[in-house]
Design a protein around this ligand. Structure first.
Ligand code: NAP
Ligand code: ZN
Ligand code: ZN
Length: 347
């Protein structure tokens, strides 16, 4: 066991503080990663504030992790010391259930082991990436291509895969019209990825404040959702809507924007239920769906896609001491478009 520097939440309401966490010894199939960058996902905030249910404090969050392999166990074959690697939202799964055997371990029927706030195999609570080192089973460690800028790679491990997976599953591509609701961390990646897949992309943001950015990311259209006229003008328009909003939205308004057989996929995870009026689904035979991160294989596919196509998140680099301030800005939708902690500031 080793003790490493970290930042942790000590309660739902207090600021995060500097502390240490324990990392297990490197087992035969484990990899010790020296973390270099960690992204701040809105899920970190929902979790540490107890909005998704009770958690055990202190807790170190963070599931957008990149760094270098510092040590490997004797049976490790996939990664070598010095490799640039990443870890996303999960660090294990049962490997035996139907979904695990089908390569969909994010949907493990026994529950995947989250990178933080999950009960690990040894009974301890997993601690996330706002820390200098982490030990992870090699099967849950991703290869981060050198073509992706190091500082910008971390957000791909959650924001990237969480938007890539539904875009791929619902076949965003040439000839499809996709709307992205909310242009924060996940939303701006949804725009870039859907554009790269060849879809015609519209951003639905609260205001027009980030319109120039949205168009620069490749969106063809950009509308303000605080303007009621938007919902009239865009009725029956989209094949696919990716909702990335961290708070409840009016489902009738947004479902009305789907054309025949269109689907609204929620990846946003507000603590409160989203009220779906069924009559809004009858018209145009619409579907309402959810999607959770992506598999390890699909995450690797997404990283390779981003490297090939020159896609990277827009990041604002911060030090460990600026995390509380960054949380406040995320909560005010004042993020352009992902905060990334420079973990050297924790050493
Ligand atoms: P974020 O950076 O805070 O982005 C959320 C965006 O939603 C904001 O930038 C804002 O966009 C919009 N928004 C926020 N509050 C709103 C409100 N009251 N009404 C309307 N729009 C509002 O958060 P994120 O890190 O992208 O995460 C987004 C959500 O996805 C979170 O709930 C997170 O927990 C969830 N998530 C789910 C998965 C999954 O596997 N399904 C994975 C990761 C994250 P505009 O300023 O453009 O309006
Ligand atoms: Zn996340
Ligand atoms: Zn399983």
């Amino acid at each position: 066991m080793s003790t490493v520097n970290a930042i942790a939440a000590v309660s739902a309401t207090e600021p995060l503080v500097r502390t240490t966490v324990e990392r297990r010894d490197v087992g035969p199939r484990d990899i010790l990663i020296e973390i270099r960058y960690a992204g701040i996902c809105h899920s970190d905030i929902h979790t540490m504030r107890g909005e998704w249910g009770e958690i055990t404090y202190p807790l170190t969050v963070g599931h957008e992790i990149v760094g270098r392999v510092a040590e490997v166990g004797g049976e490790v074959t996939r990664h070598a010391v010095g490799d640039r690697v990443g870890v996303g939202c999960m660090v294990n799964s049962c490997r035996e259930c139907r979904n695990c055997r089908a390569g969909q371990e994010q949907y493990c029927e026994n529950g995947n082991t989250g990178t933080y706030a999950s009960v690990d195999r040894d009974g301890t609570i997993t601690q996330g990436g706002y820390s200098t080192h982490v030990v992870v089973d090699e099967d849950f460690v991703l290869r981060v291509p050198e073509a992706i800028p190091y500082e910008a790679a971390a957000p791909l491990l959650c924001a990237g895969i969480t938007t890539y997976s539904p875009l791929a599953h619902w076949k965003a591509g040439p000839g499809t019209k996709v709307a992205v609701v909310g242009m924060g961390g996940l939303g701006h990646m949804a725009v870039k990825l859907a554009v790269a897949m060849g879809a015609d992309v519209t951003v639905l943001s609260q205001t027009l404040g980030k319109k120039d950015d949205g168009l620069a990311f490749g969106a063809g259209n950009y509308h303000a959702t605080r303007d009621e006229a938007t919902f009239e003008a865009l009725r029956n328009s989209f094949d696919l809507i990716i909702n990335t909003v961290s708070a409840p939205i009016d489902m009738a308004d947004y479902l009305g924007l789907l054309r025949l057989d269109g689907t609204l996929v929620s990846v946003g995870a507000p603590p409160e239920p989203l009220a779906v009026p069924v009559f809004a689904l009858f018209g145009n035979r619409r579907s309402f769906a959810g999607s959770g991160i992506g598999s390890i294989a699909e995450t690797q596919e997404m990283l390779d896609f981003c490297a090939e196509r020159g896609i990277a998140p827009e990041v604002e680099m911060i030090t460990a001491d600026q995390v509380n301030e960054a949380y406040e800005r995320v909560l005010k939708s004042d993020v352009r478009y992902r905060f990334v902690i420079d973990i050297d500031s924790l050493r």
